[in-house]
Design a protein around this ligand. Structure first.
Ligand code: HEC
Length: 97
């Protein structure tokens, strides 16, 4: 049956592709920020995020989330994420040069 090896190859490629996408969950989560903070958080736009420390970004986001900080735009964005997601995307942004 000629299909089997081809199918097996296609299936394994699909699995590899899916793993590659999951490899950078921080980037996927942070992509929501690119419209205002620039692609990969590097501006132009509002404050550039790339290269800030992970803790600093996370702390800012938690303050925005609480509603005590900012003009409301960031509160709406920060609210949509769990703490674990904020940590992931903060870590990813901080690693961008
Ligand atoms: C609709 C535009 C918009 C989007 C989308 C957006 N931001 Fe912001 N962000 C702003 C604005 C405007 C400010 C300035 C603070 C304020 O006035 O609230 C800001 C400020 C910040 C700050 C503080 C920076 C500093 O130096 O003080 C951080 C950190 C931040 N944003 C992170 C993010 C992250 C992470 C995302 C994605 C989850 C995101 N932002 C998505 C508009 C946006």
């Amino acid at each position: 049956m000629w299909k089997s090896p081809v199918l097996a190859t296609l299936l394994s490629l699909t699995v590899v592709g899916a793993q590659a996408q999951v490899a950078a969950p921080g980037r996927l989560l942070a992509s929501n920020c690119f419209q205002c903070h620039g692609t990969n958080g590097k501006g132009p736009g509002f404050d550039s995020l790339a290269g800030k420390s992970s803790n600093e970004i996370y702390k800012d986001l938690k303050e925005f989330q609480s509603g005590k900080e900012g003009n409301g735009i960031m509160a709406k964005h920060a609210m949509a994420y769990t703490d674990a997601q904020l940590k992931l995307l903060s870590a990813w942004l901080s690693a961008q040069k």
